[in-house]
Design a protein around this ligand. Structure first.
Ligand SMILES: Cc1cc2nc3c(=O)[nH]c(=O)nc-3n(C[C@H](O)[C@H](O)[C@H](O)COP(=O)(O)O)c2cc1C
Length: 193
């Protein structure tokens, strides 16, 4: 296998779930956002957008809205949200583990490529974060709760439009833990003819 720096960054990236309180630099944020903007988009429509929350008060407000909303929901075994609801029940819950920066990808609700367009942008952020020595983790809570008025109100302050949904988010900061080794890859996930 060829192991240049980009490949190494892709292979060494891990989800980080504990952060230092210190904010990332403007230059680091700018780099992450530029990498997101250079991800491909279907038809080159460039209709995914990246909304950033760094204000600690707004992040805390969002955390409480997400916590209370998840706590109000039933745990349905087998649903992806079940684990998230259980975690929201814990004391000192913080949906992004007190990361100082949240980047959410938003795009038109009814456009068929929106999820893919947002996901490739967020993946660029995750890899760029690794390359810059930052910690990052996908957070699906804002996506799950994109229709909740209190969530939309907060993102509305950043310009979330009525016709847009939040398709995914990434938390970023300086890692306060050393990531564990990646789990072994499951067999049979690549097939060649
Ligand atoms: C679509 C998607 C949703 C995810 N949602 C969450 C989440 O809400 N909270 C979280 O801590 N991690 C979330 N993750 C991160 C995964 O749990 C993580 O990537 C996986 O456990 C593998 O670990 P690694 O990223 O360290 O390789 C999500 C990842 C993806 C791709």
């Amino acid at each position: 296998m060829i192991e240049n720096q980009t490949v190494k960054d892709i292979l060494s990236r891990r989800s980080i779930r504990a952060y230092e309180p210190k904010q990332i630099t403007e230059e680091e944020l700018e780099t992450l956002l530029t990498c997101a903007l250079y991800a491909p988009t279907g038809g080159n429509l460039q209709n995914s957008r990246f909304l950033v929350i760094q204000d600690p008060e707004v992040l805390e407000e969002l955390n409480l809205v997400i916590r209370d909303e998840l706590r109000s929901r039933p745990v349905v075994e087998g649903e992806m949200m079940a684990k998230g609801i259980r975690r929201a029940m814990t004391e000192n819950y913080h949906f992004i583990f007190h990361a100082p920066t949240l980047i959410s990808a938003v795009a038109p609700r009814k456009h068929s490529n929106s999820m893919a367009n947002c996901a490739v942008g967020l993946e660029n952020i995750l890899i760029a974060a690794e390359a810059l020595g930052l910690g990052a983790c996908w957070s699906n809570q804002p996506h799950w709760l994109t229709e909740v008025p209190a969530v939309r109100e907060i993102f509305g302050r950043l310009g979330l439009r009525e016709d847009e949904d939040i398709f995914g988010s990434v938390s970023v900061g300086y890692a306060a833990v050393r990531p564990k080794k990646a789990a072994a890859r499951k067999e049979g996930r690549t097939v060649r003819l």
